[in-house]
Design a protein around this ligand. Structure first.
Ligand code: HEC
Length: 485
C-alpha cells in the first residue's frame, strides 16, 4: 500500500492551527525566560545578601519569587503542556521528528525542571528559616537547574531551524543534531533577552518596595541589567542571522509582515527608554507602568519574534526535512527516513493520505470541490488559512478575475514543482490539480460561504444520483424474469 504517515489535519476555523500554537508559545516564552533569568538573578542577590549580610535583598528575592510562583510558574506550567498538545495536533510529524531525535534530552530537561520547581518553593519559603549561606547554595542550584532547562530546550529549538551539523543527515547521532553554531548563538541571544524580561517583570516587584533608598538601589540594578542585556541581545540577534540558512534570510527580507522591523525597533527603543527612566526616577515606577511594559514586550516584541521564527523555517517545520504541511520532503539516511514525495508523485496525495475519506480517494465531477478542499486542508492549511482571516489567507494571493485555466497553470507549474523557495514541493495528479484549482477559485471568488454551498450541492447531487440508481436497480430487479431472480 502506498500510504504515507499523515494524520488528520487540525484546522481552527478563522485562525488556523499556526496562530494557536504561536499564541500559546508567546506566553510560554515570557514565563519561561523570565523565570530562568530571575533564577540567575536570585543566585547573584542571594550571594550578595550572604556576603554583605543584608536582609532586604533576601526579602526582595522572597517577593519576586512569590510573584514568579503565582504568575510565571502557573502560566508556564499551563502553556508548556499547551505547546505539547497544540503542536502534536498541528504538526504530528514535526513533533515526531523531535521526539525521535531528542527523547532523552527532554527527559533530562524534565529532571532539571523538577529541581527548578522545587527550588523556587525552597527559595521563597526558606528565607529567614535557614542561614544565609544555605539559602545561597539553594539559590545557586536553582539557578543552574533553570539554566540547564534553557540550554537543552534551545538545542532542540535550534534543531527545528536546522540540525546542528550537516553530518547529521548522513550519520544521525543526537550530538550532531543538537550542537551547532546556531545553537550557541541562539542560546546567547535568548539568555540576553531573558535578562531583559527579568528586569522588566522585576519592575512590578520593585514598584511595591516602600523604602525609597532600597527602591532606588534595586531600580538601578535591574535597570543596568536590562540595558546591558537588551543591547547584547540586539547585537546577538544580528549575529544569529549569520547562522541561519540562506532561505530563512530570504523569507526574513521579503516575506515578514511590514510591522515586523518597526515593531521590534520600537520595542528595543522603548525598553531602553523605560530602563533609563526608572533608573533616573524610581518614584515613577509603579505597578501599572511596569505591568504595561510587560504587556508591550509580550505583544510587540515576543509575538513578532515567535511568528518570525516560525516563518523563517519555511518551508520546513523541523530539521530541514519535515515540511510544515507534515510531508517528509527529504531523505535522511542517518535516521533511516525516506522522502515521501516519490510515493505522492506516484499515486497522488489523496490516495497516499491514510485519512482521505473513501469517497474522495478519486476525483470526479461529484466530489470536485470536496476533494479540492481536502487537498487544501492537507497541503496548505498549516501555512495558509483557506478562510477570510487567520494566517496568510489564501484568497489574498490571487487576482479576483483569475480563471480555472490560469489557476491550474499556477498550481501545476509552481506548487507541484516546488519552484518557490519558501513553499514545499507539493506533488499532485492532474485530476488533483484540477480539483484544488476549482476549490481555490471558488474560495477566491465567493469565500468560505460559497465553498459551503457548493459542497452541499455536490453532496445533494451525489445523494440524488445514488437514490436514482437504487430506484432504477430496483425496477430492473423487479422486471427480471422469475427464474433469474
Ligand atoms: C510551508 C508553508 C507553506 C505551505 C504548506 C504552503 N504555502 Fe503558500 N506560501 C507560504 C509562504 C511563507 C508564502 C509567502 C507569503 C507571504 O509573504 O505572504 C506563500 C505564498 C503563497 C502564494 C503567493 C505566491 C508568491 O509568489 O509568493 C500562493 C499563491 C500560495 N502561497 C499558495 C499556496 C497553496 C495553494 C498551497 C497549498 C497547495 C500553499 N501555498 C502551501 C508558505 C506555504
Amino acid at each position: 500500500m502506498d500510504l504515507i504517515s499523515l494524520y488528520p489535519t487540525w484546522y481552527e476555523p478563522m485562525v488556523g492551527s499556526g496562530w494557536v500554537v504561536a499564541l500559546i508559545a508567546t506566553f510560554h516564552v515570557l514565563a519561561s525566560h523570565t523565570s530562568v533569568g530571575a533564577a540567575l538573578l536570585f543566585a547573584y542577590l542571594s550571594h550578595k545578601a550572604y556576603r554583605e549580610d543584608r536582609e532586604d535583598l533576601l526579602d526582595f528575592i522572597k517577593k519576586y519569587g512569590l510573584f514568579l510562583l503565582v504568575f510565571t510558574y502557573v502560566a508556564g506550567s499551563i502553556t508548556g503542556p499547551g505547546i505539547w498538545y497544540s503542536t502534536t495536533v498541528a504538526s504530528p510529524n514535526g513533533i515526531g521528528a523531535l521526539i525521535h531525535s531528542f527523547v532523552w534530552k527532554w527527559a533530562t530537561e524534565w529532571v532539571f525542571f523538577v529541581i527548578e520547581v522545587v527550588g523556587v518553593y525552597m527559595i521563597v519559603y526558606l528565607v529567614g528559616r535557614v542561614d544565609k549561606k544555605t539559602h545561597m547554595k539553594i539559590s545557586v542550584i536553582f539557578g543552574m537547574a533553570s539554566l540547564a532547562t534553557m540550554v537543552i530546550i534551545v538545542g532542540i529549538l535550534s534543531f527545528m531551524m536546522l540540525p546542528g551539523k550537516e553530518a547529521w543527515f548522513e550519520e544521525g547521532g543526537y550530538l550532531n543534531g543538537f550542537y551547532g553554531t546556531n545553537t550557541f548563538i541562539q542560546l546567547g541571544m535568548r539568555m540576553a533577552f531573558m535578562f531583559t524580561m527579568t528586569a522588566v517583570v522585576g519592575g512590578i516587584v520593585i514598584a511595591g518596595i516602600k523604602d525609597p533608598a532600597f527602591k532606588k538601589e534595586m531600580a538601578r540594578k535591574l535597570g543596568w541589567l536590562g540595558i546591558i542585556s537588551t543591547l547584547i541581545g540586539a547585537a546577538m540577534f544580528q549575529w544569529y542571522l549569520t547562522s541561519v540558512p540562506s532561505q530563512a534570510l530570504l523569507v526574513m527580507e521579503n516575506r515578514l509582515p511590514d510591522y515586523f522591523v518597526p515593531s521590534i525597533m520600537a520595542v528595543l527603543a522603548g525598553t531602553l527608554a523605560y530602563f533609563i527612566i526608572t533608573m533616573l526616577r524610581p518614584q515613577v515606577l509603579v505597578q501599572g507602568f511596569a505591568g504595561a511594559m510587560t504587556v508591550i514586550i509580550l505583544v510587540a516584541g515576543l509575538w513578532p519574534e515567535e511568528t518570525a521564527r516560525e516563518s523563517m523555517r519555511k518551508p520546513y517545520v523541523a530539521g530541514q526535512y519535515v515540511y510544515s504541511n507534515q510531508v517528509i520532503g527529504r531523505d535522511v539516511p542517518g535516521m533511516d527516513i525516506q522522502s515521501q514525495l516519490p510515493i505522492i508523485e506516484k499515486v497522488g496525495i489523496l490516495k497516499a493520505h491514510p485519512f482521505t475519506p473513501d469517497h474522495l480517494k478519486e476525483v470526479n465531477d461529484g466530489n470536485m470541490i470536496q476533494s479540492g478542499e481536502f487537498i487544501a486542508m492537507t497541503y496548505c492549511s498549516n501555512c495558509h488559512s483557506p478562510s477570510e482571516t487567520g494566517i496568510r489567507p489564501l484568497h489574498r494571493y490571487f487576482p479576483d478575475n483569475i480563471t480555472q485555466e490560469r489557476m491550474e497553470k499556477y498550481v501545476k507549474g509552481v506548487l507541484t514543482t516546488g519552484n518557490i523557495a519558501y513553499m514545499p514541493k507539493m506533488p499532485m495528479l492532474d485530476s488533483e490539480v484540477k480539483a484544488l484549482s476549482a476549490y481555490l477559485l471558488l474560495n477566491n471568488q465567493g469565500g468560505s460561504e460559497a465553498v459551503k454551498v457548493a459542497i452541499k450541492e455536490e453532496v445533494a447531487a451525489r445523494d440524488r444520483a445514488l437514490a436514482e440508481k437504487q430506484a432504477s436497480d430496483k425496477v430492473a430487479a423487479l422486471s427480471l424474469p422469475q427464474e433469474v431472480k
